[in-house]
Design a protein around this ligand. Sequence first.
Ligand SMILES: Cc1cc2nc3c(=O)[nH]c(=O)nc-3n(C[C@H](O)[C@H](O)[C@H](O)COP(=O)(O)O)c2cc1C
Length: 406
Amino acid sequence: MSLKGRKVIIGLTGGIACYKVPYLVRYLVKDGAEVRVVMTEHATKFITPLTMETVSRHPVYYDMFADREYVSTQHIELAHWADLFVIAPATANVMAKMAHGICDDLLTTVICATGKPVMFAPAMNPGMWQNRVTQRNLQILKDLGYQFIGPAEGEMAEKQIGWGRMVEPLELFEAVKQFFAAGSKKKVLKGRNILVTAGPCREAIDPVRFISNRSSGKMGFAIAQAALDLGAHVTLVSGPTSLTPPAGADFTSVETTAQMHKAVADAFAKVDCLVMAAAPSDFTPRAVAKHKIKRGTTKLELTLEPTADILKDIARLKKPRQIVIGFALETEHEEEHARKKLVEKRLDMIVVNNPRNRGAAFEHDTNQVTLIRPRRKPERWPLMSKEEVARRLTDEVAVMLAGKKG
Ligand SMILES: Cc1cc2nc3c(=O)[nH]c(=O)nc-3n(C[C@H](O)[C@H](O)[C@H](O)COP(=O)(O)O)c2cc1C
């Protein structure tokens, strides 16, 4: 689906990531979108309106009291004109202002005047992002229904590493495409709370080393996106991945299996459905060395002990209205092992994937899965993209939840 005829306002605020935004505008324009650009005064210090004007092929708006015709209503006209607003990069300042209704320039006034969806792509130094006041503003904005894409983790312009980097222009473009594609889907999960886990967990050996697995998180992130597209409220709990959480999901980042266990247990009571697509560790080192273990010892033995079984523990808390879906990764007798787990852990469904099948499971963009459900024959799905698996699975969740309601 192209973006032909879609109207997007790009709002730039004063961060170094402004230099990436012309790429986003070019992708949008090339795909058929109509783009208008609004800049804060500080954004114009980082990139010229002329550049934005050239890539968007339209005059750029940045002056609240500009000496133009119909200037008195330009903020209202822009607010009505757009189908979607993308604030990229979004400074800590613009987040703070929007969280508190401050409209002291054209961009904040236009955002305040619009009833259209607004996505923020934050970009700032990790210290600014982690600052409690920024986190509080983030929560206020999320509660008000504003969407967030990123920030990502990585190296900043000033060489510091951490969370705060703006997601790449191509990812922002994909999020815009996703937004419009989702708009045309029936919201069969509206009013439902879906909890999805994704990615690997890491178990520390010493301050710099850990045990982990090859999970990329792609399957869980795709499920979270598909559930959002069907109108669900989605909580995504993920171990470390290189992926950007879908806009609109409540995202909790964890590292260890114990942290994932706690995050899932904390959120479970309120959800209608839990999909455990993460790959937590089954074992963790009994002791974590305080300092980096030095080379030189001829033999290093690690004692591992089992981690808490998240699915098993959560299944005990399950209410009749709730659905719990597990993912299983088996390398032999997969269907037999999965059915055993299904019964033991009182699950409603297990999605089995076998990494030995070509294009399936870890790190691939495709997956080949088999559904195991109580009293039903295994249902083998062909190899397909993880997005397609996610779409079909969430359609299945909608049917299962509708059955519970009756
Ligand atoms: C070189 C430079 C880079 C900056 N980068 C950022 C940034 O990435 N994120 C941010 O929140 N503020 C950043 N700032 C600070 C903002 O520009 C400042 O808070 C400004 O008031 C934001 O105004 P605006 O939100 O109206 O555009 C930067 C400032 C300078 C001088």
